[in-house]
Design a protein around this ligand. Structure first.
Ligand SMILES: NC(=O)c1ccc[n+]([C@@H]2O[C@H](COP(=O)([O-])OP(=O)(O)OC[C@H]3O[C@@H](n4cnc5c(N)ncnc54)[C@H](O)[C@@H]3O)[C@@H](O)[C@H]2O)c1
Length: 383
């Protein structure tokens, strides 16, 4: 059985955000090497990034279509591709590489429409290809410990859930607009042509939906929402009331105008026997309160963590892990799964622990339901 892979990247030029995080996360375990790419539609940035990563210039492609076609014809074609471009391109690029026979890892939100997402799920299934969607935060060790604790009944029957994802980085843009009476937003996230029907709910709200589902297995049946645009085209703040398939309720809030909050993803799950709370800005810790007992702060890689998921931790307790490692943990499983599938073997449940095209589809349905509800006086929308 092969022990390492090669991959290609679309997007992620040297000054882009998430592509470089992917490269570094994949590098943690040394089991996949970057061998091809189309890092930007800007030829100079594309060339420069290829040089930085010492890619054979013949495998730095001018566009993704040429890349899919040319790589597919090579004997040493890459084993998987990583799509780190803005939202409007995800469907077309994913589809092209699936059709050309490549395993795909794509950024979230998966694509613009529910039909596109369903098509990607089906195409990957039909072609028996691996399709990962990088909902980063499910990669943290303490998230996996929380998931196992919930599954093992540590907090009993779930009664209610509260999740939030608060940032403040777009507040300046809102203030500027108010001052000048016109939009000066330059980021693509605020442009419907690139971002889709939503900014805030799609960019960060979809992580709440995914995280609660990952931790509890609960699926949203219907939701009612308000969104605030503050004079811009797309949402910058959303309040969402959800009802899960088992009838219990939860409340979600996401915002990009919340002063003092940088990357405040927090999930609080309350059950008949206690509660579990986790925050992304201190990801190595979990707040656990058994019913009628004092709150405990559990820390990663500690001897008292009996859950198997504790083994996901990489460095001893007290040495902070973080965003790159969460990503690396996702890639550890994606790469193991691709290696097993290539060898005709069954991946283990642990190896299959990463977010897939179906999870991306759930995210797209969530985004559409929020925007639809908010546009209809917060009426309940079935998912
Ligand atoms: N999982 C996470 O935690 C997380 C975090 C940030 C961003 N994201 C997602 O990652 C994606 C990219 O976000 P970003 O912040 O890195 O954006 P960015 O603007 O920093 O980078 C986008 C990159 O894509 C390239 N690009 C655009 N169109 C292209 C095309 N047709 N062909 C080749 N390259 C092309 C750009 O040149 C650039 O290199 C978005 O979908 C976003 O939602 C996910």
């Amino acid at each position: 059985m092969k022990t390492s892979l090669t991959y290609g990247m679309i997007g992620g030029h040297n000054r882009a955000f998430i592509g470089d995080v992917h490269r570094k996360a994949i590098g943690f375990d040394g089991r996949a090497t970057l061998a091809a790419g189309c890092f930007s539609t800007n030829p100079e940035l594309n060339r420069e990034t290829g040089e930085t990563w010492r890619i054979d210039p013949a495998r730095v492609y001018p566009d993704f279509k040429t890349m899919a076609k040319t790589e597919a014809a090579r004997a040493d074609k890459v084993d998987f591709v990583v799509i780190t471009t803005p939202n409007n391109t995800h469907y077309e690029i994913s589809k092209a590489f699936l059709e050309a026979g490549f395993n795909v890892v794509c950024e979230k939100p998966l694509c613009f429409t529910i039909e596109q997402a369903e098509d990607l799920v089906k195409t990957a299934e039909d072609k028996k290809l691996v399709f990962g969607v990088t909902y980063t935060y499910t990669g943290y060790a303490m998230v996996k410990v929380a998931r196992e604790m919930i599954a093992n009944g540590k907090i009993g029957q779930i009664l209610t859930i509260n999740a939030e994802y608060a940032q403040d980085w777009l507040l300046d843009q809102v203030a500027e607009k108010a001052k000048e009476g016109g939009s000066n937003l330059s980021v693509w996230r605020m442009d419907p042509a690139v971002s889709g029907i939503s900014n805030c709910t799609g960019d960060i709200g979809s992580h709440m939906e995914n995280m609660v589902h990952y931790l509890t297995g609960l699926k949203i049946k219907r939701l009612a929402a308000t969104v605030n645009r503050y004079g811009h085209e797309l949402d910058l703040n959303a309040n969402i009331l959800v009802e899960y398939e088992n009838g219990i309720n939860g409340g979600y809030w996401c915002s990009q105008v919340a002063s003092g909050h940088k990357n405040g993803l927090a999930v609080r799950i309350f059950g008949t026997e206690g509660s579990i709370e986790w925050e992304e800005e201190s990801p190595d810790y979990l707040k656990y309160t058994p019913r009628n007992e004092a709150t405990r702060i559990l820390s990663r890689s500690s001897g008292y963590i009996s859950e198997k998921a504790g083994a996901t931790g990489r460095v001893p307790a007290g040495h902070p892990e973080g965003y790159y490692i969460a990503f690396a943990n996702n890639y550890r499983n994606i790469i193991s799964t691709i290696l097993k599938v290539k060898a005709g073997q069954e991946p283990t449940d642990n190896e299959l622990d990463f977010q897939k095209a179906e999870d991306g589809l759930n995210g797209v349905k969530f985004i559409h339901a929020v925007i639809k509800s908010a546009g209809n006086d917060s009426e309940w929308v079935e998912i």
